[in-house]
Design a protein. Sequence first.
Length: 432
Amino acid sequence: MNKDQPVIIEERYLLTSLHYQGRHSSFYNAVDTKQEQKQILIQIITDQLCIYKLFKRLEQSIDYRDKSIDHHNRMSRFIPIPRIYNMGTLVVQNITYHYIAWQKSGPSLKLCFRLMKYKFSVKTITLVALKMQIHNLNILHRSLKLSCIMTTSHSNLLITNFDDYVEFLNKDGKISNKAKQIHIKITKFSSIGQHLQQIPSPRDDLESLGYLLLYLLTQGKLPNKCQSKDQNTREKYYMEFKRSFLPEKELKLFPEPFLQYFYNVFKLGIKEIPNYEILKQPFIQYLGKQEQDYNFDWSEVFKPLIDQTATSEISLREKAISIESLVISNHKKELQKDNQSAPTSPSSQQNQKKNTKSTRFTLAPILEKNESIMTTFNNCDSNAASPKFNNNMANLKFDNCQQDSSSGEISSTDEPIVDQLPTFEQHHHDTM
């Protein structure tokens, strides 16, 4: 973002740069000016109210855990999502958006894997298996991958990107037959059930976690990456790998707990609720025998960054303007440019007025970073459920385009645009 014109939400949250662009929401690095310049992430949700409602429920569950008198409830019910500080709505040009102020975490497990040259110790991979408590709140993630697992300054891992989630238990505590079916993008970590578009079940996430662990164990070699860009070809390729996958063959060189994990997961039925203690016990016993600490491989690498603060960004506070002011200001500038360059004939002026009325500015959450060019919110189609984005990694330039389909579907970006080194905070409440 251009420091000459930063953006502030509700006179409190100062947006500094784009952090991540997803299908239904965008994340911005931000500073809470009323909390000692605490560095946070602001998520702006563009077109899915259900996602906002999900996080609202998660926030209430976390508050209940933290305020509970029952010590066991507070300490054992770990919820593996970043801390939610605040939630609210933005109204810009009569359009309502939801925002969430998150604990800043990261980098992602994907970036950590790269930084460690695609080699984690068996101890770290075992810890990853134990930390993935993804079903604590009756939620199936359904899109588990390295880029949505975030590290923290202590021994926990946090899960993000709940765009494809479903709730899987009914009022009787049994797996529901009516769990909503959402078509998801198939990846190398997707379960066989997802390939076959079966009713979502806990086995899907557990199987995906197994493939993720296999990927880490084999230093990124398995599952093999499909080189084709055609989605149908990729799905067939990954399906064939999983059909022919033999755990006893591929895992014979690795500790037995990983083989036991796959055996236990593959025995699960679609409507079966897993016994998580049985799944975890082999990993716990393995760590106990090794007598090793419970630190991840990257802990020492990121240790110097733990005390980093956000004081360098406080000077932006005086220059900050509201989102509404920024949108209106940029709209006026665009109109002035059009007036200067447009022909003066009456017919052209009428066409110009028509074009002006047919477009409207929305809070399509995109920030351009173009050297000396000021940060702007660009124009996007008013009928689009959400914009489609083109990303240029090299220059950190983010251009939005009008949606080219009336179906409401957009092409997903399943990788982070900017995966940064972390700015850590200490949060003592995240105790296992």
